[in-house]
Design a protein around this ligand. Structure first.
Ligand code: SDX
Length: 429
């Protein structure tokens, strides 16, 4: 604990208010403002631009450097040398597993991939054209109704089995959303396959034939899950933490994270990027859209660009671009018109003063949609893929919070409404 202090003087309040300043292992120091309420003051920070909501050891982002570390390991190294389930283990447990731990963990996860058969009826209740994210919000929250045996959040074993169940079942539920939308039979998991290969099997396989999954595509899918696994205190992870701070069960908390991720400013951006590229339609129209993105009077934003934290390249987008070239090359789609528009758009934006001055770079969502489209995943499933990968981070942050002393999250406000006034009877209004 550092002995640094901050002093605040406020007109109308005698003397300076002293506040402790805490230093982490990396990143900015934080001013502990906990004693301000006692002085009759709140801090005011809409969007939490300058607010550290918690202490965490899971992920560190240096937006200026374009650095992303999971338990200290750079995302580029994990993407190249690790895999999604190993990264799930790392996020949850803080260390990379040894061979025995890894085998045990993978076997455990793969033994929980099936969902209760009653969940089939849940899907049958949705319209055929229900958005998959609407279905996921529902069915993931509903998982709590099947696991009354392990909902004691203060029991570490219950927290662990819930984490295993969520990580294991998200791909199964995601694939069920897709099959429901296609009017096709659900595929049971095939636990002889790897996690990501199994997902693609459940997505694109059918009961009438043995599904063959291209190993290049399976590897790309695994890296896409890995790149989306965690990202510090983003909107959906903060939602999971806030829901968890009330003592809600982990399935309800993850369902709240899915809901928050759905927005186009957050996880819904990958779907919005594809829709934008399709709307641009031709390289000749790129300048028109870049002009709109710069126009203050036009609500249009270049989807897949910009980030609250990264004021340099999002390291994930660079890895994603590499996978994009590899997958589309392997599928003979390197001349995909959307990819050509995306690459031209990126080049133009990165040379444009507006984007340079505002430090708007491609983020994780810019290329991911092009890869997923090439794999055959429909646009409205992109955010479901994001949610599947991010479940690892959500549950790791939830577990980190519940495993340590915590308080229910309850922000205050700057009230600018009416002062007290008396009720006016109807006949006098
Ligand atoms: C994710 O937080 C995370 O870590 C999220 C995420 C994760 O892994 O969890 O990384 C995943 O959500 C990535 C972001 C995906 N969203 C998009 O691609 C949508 C498009 N991007 C923007 O909506 C925006 O950049 C945000 C939401 C990502 C960030 O918004 P901020 O930090 O609140 O920034 P801002 O809106 O205040 O923008 C700063 C300026 C503004 O101009 P001024 O008012 O200062 O003149 O930059 C402009 C904005 O108008 N700007 C853009 C822009 N993004 C910001 N202008 C045009 N196009 C854009 N994309």
């Amino acid at each position: 604990m550092s002995d640094k202090k901050a002093q605040l003087t406020v007109d109308g309040i005698d003397g300076a208010i002293e506040m402790p300043v805490r230093s982490g292992t990396l990143g900015p120091d934080v001013v502990d403002v906990g004693n301000l309420t006692g002085k009759g003051l709140f801090t005011y920070d809409p969007g939490f631009v300058s607010t550290a909501s918690c202490e965490s050891k899971i992920t560190f982002i240096d937006g200026g450097k374009g650095q992303l570390l999971h338990r200290g390991y750079p995302i580029e190294q994990l993407a190249e040398k690790s895999d999604y389930l190993e990264t799930c283990y790392l996020l949850m447990n803080g260390e990379l597993p040894d061979a025995e731990q890894k085998k045990k963990y993978v076997d455990t996860i793969m033994s929980h991939t099936m969902v209760h058969e009653s969940l089939v009826s849940f899907f049958k209740g949705f319209r055929y054209d229900a958005h998959p994210m609407a279905m996921m919000c529902g069915v993931v929250g509903a998982l709590a109704s099947f696991y009354h045996d392990s909902l004691d959040i203060n029991n570490p074993q219950h927290r662990e089995i819930s984490a295993h169940r969520l990580i294991a079942k998200m791909p199964t539920l995601a694939a069920m959303c897709y099959k429901h939308s296609q009017g096709m039979p659900f595929m049971y998991p095939d636990n002889s396959r790897s996690y990501s290969e199994n997902f693609l099997h459940m997505m694109f396989g059918n009961p009438c034939e043995t599904s063959k999954v291209d190993p290049v595509v399976a590897k790309a899918m695994d890296i896409i899950f890995l790149l989306h696994a965690d990202h510090e205190q983003n909107a959906s992870t903060s939602t999971v933490r806030l829901a968890g701070s009330s003592g809600a069960n982990p399935f309800a908390c993850i369902s709240s994270g899915i809901a928050a991720l759905w927005g186009p400013a957050h996880g819904g951006a990958n779907e919005a990027v594809l829709n934008m590229l399709q709307e641009i339609g031709d390289e000749s129209r790129i300048d028109e859209f870049v002009k709109r993105a710069k126009d203050k009077n036009d609500p249009f934003r270049l989807m897949g660009f910009g980030h609250r934290v990264y004021k340099n390249f999002d390291p994930r987008s660079r890895v994603m671009q590499g996978i994009c070239d590899e997958v589309l090359g392997a599928m003979g789609a390197e001349n995909d018109p959307l990819l050509k528009i995306a690459k031209k758009l990126e080049k133009i934006a990165l040379e444009d003063d507006y984007f340079v001055e505002k430090k708007l770079y491609p983020n994780v969502d810019f290329y991911s949609g092009i890869i997923m489209k090439a794999i055959g995943i429909p646009t409205d499933m992109f955010t479901v893929i994001f949610a599947t990968g991010r479940t690892a981070g959500w549950i790791a942050h939830w577990n980190e919070m519940i495993s340590n002393p915590y308080k229910i999250g309850r922000p205050r406000q700057l009230y600018t409404g009416y002062t007290q006034r008396d009720y006016v009877p109807l006949e006098q209004r």
